[in-house]
Design a protein. Sequence first.
Lengths: 257, 372
Amino acid sequence: MSDVSRVPSGSTLEIHDLHVAVGDKEILRGVNLTVKAGETHAIMGPNGSGKSTLAYAIAGHPKYTITSGRVLLDGADLLEMTVDERARAGLFLAMQYPVEVPGVSVSNFLRTAVTSMRGEAPKLRQFAKDLKTGMDALSIDAAFAQRNLNEGFSGGEKKRHEILQLELLKPKIAVLDETDSGLDVDALRVVSEGINRFRSSGETGVLLITHYTRILRYVKPDFVHVFAAGRIVEQGGPELADKLEAEGYEAYTKASA
Amino acid sequence: MGLETKPLSTLHEKASYNVEDFAVPTGREEEWRFTPLSRLKGLHSGAATSGSVAVHVDAAPEVTVETVGRDDQRLGKAYVPADRVSAQAYAAFEKATVLTVAREVVASKPTVITFTGSGEGHAYGHTVVKLEPMAEAVVVLDHQGSAVYADNVEFVVGEGATLKVVSLQDWADDTVHVSHHHAQLAKDATFRSFVVTLGGDLVRLSPSVSYAGPGGDAELIGLYFVDAGQHLEHRLLVDHSQPNCKSNVAYKGALQGQDAHAVWIGDVIIRVEAEGTDTYELNRNLLLTDGARADSVPNLEILTGEVAGAGHASASGRLDDEHIFYLQARGIPFEDARRLVIRGFFAQLLEKIELPELRERVLAKVEAELEK
């Protein structure tokens, strides 16, 4: 997968020595990571290690302050961009807890998002077709499009909806923040298939953040990084996930304490 | 009702047709403390009629429209003025408009009453909308132009009748409007009120509901958009004095700009005899900028233990950062995200306007406010 010739014009997300604070508290303490098109990176780590902070800081959530470091997408400085500019540059964050937005329907939201991403409104018929195809593939009921955004959605529905957006918006790099959490096996399989469709072109990169190894049986990573106390403490291939499955995070939490 | 069961609420205590029975308010009174009296242009202190508000009625063919003098016996039957300005309006109006829908008649289209301010002097008005038993009608009160205007509107809804009212306060920027809307519901009557207040320097609208028999059902919906310097005040009073009646109050407002001020008072009284009452009231304010202020005071006074349901909710806050972040994270620019969220905030209320052309007009007005 590190053979660059396979993806001649793919995108690259580079994270250099990233330090992030919430208020006065430093959460990320120097993260270095490069995700290239065609690669899937898994970030694993115990709760509170800063995995989600990494995801939200890259996406530009106002709660997180970047104290130093750089994040580049195809050489462009993401940290200089607003949240929506980052998304339009090709970054996507599938959220762990998608927020409910009252009075905004799923179909209106998706159409607005697609219009913003493409810079022009999609042809209605084509959009309706793409939406139906996407929803069918994720076993999402048609009535779902008329519901208010995330309002009253079950955990599984929220995650499927995140992946639906991933497939419709076609970003260059997708950051998936614990997309597997709270899913039963069937939902996990459906969601994993969506992620695999997204990365099948080989032109997109995936940064998959998870606490558990379960999803990695469906979405095979090329690289596994172990996160502890705000930085990456070990890296390896898929075999590292097997080791974590067997031994847990104890060795890393102790070492970083 | 005996003295020993008198509700504690003082708002309902005084009622008189005589303006002298009410002292000129000083601003210290509970019912006046939120209102900037200096901007009332004397409506509270006895300004004489010197201007006019033109009344034009475009009625459904089934609706009888009359312009009557002060001595008409149908005036002031359902409502007795409850404050100084209301009594002033009752004492000073010259002509009243009376709409009547006869027994079991269903009006085939909305009846639109347009009130147009001429831009000069003070004016007073009185309107009665009377639905006889089993009648059905939709009435739109459309307020436009520049005025200093105080009026009272009586909705008399007969047994089993259904009245739907939309009152649009779409005044020019300098208008001062103080108004009472009182609905009296007979047995099994249905009343739907949709209030939209957008324009005017100072608008103080007091919708109230009383029940003359059991089984009445009132829904009072309101939407307001307050700009810099505007004072938009809505004071609701639902007096449950009959068993097995329903009321639902839901007002939502957005505020933007320096000294934009919204006031919402929601009083619901459930008297001892009003067993089986089902009531809910809600007020939400969305503060879009610094310098705007919303006062929201729900007040639920329950004097019987035998209610079917009673509740209230009030919340005022800013746009939720998490909403905006989520939408922006999908590539939607901030301004578009903000518009989506605000439109969503009003969406559930707007759906309740059953007249599509009116809903479009209100939506367009709200959109225009958002562009400011």
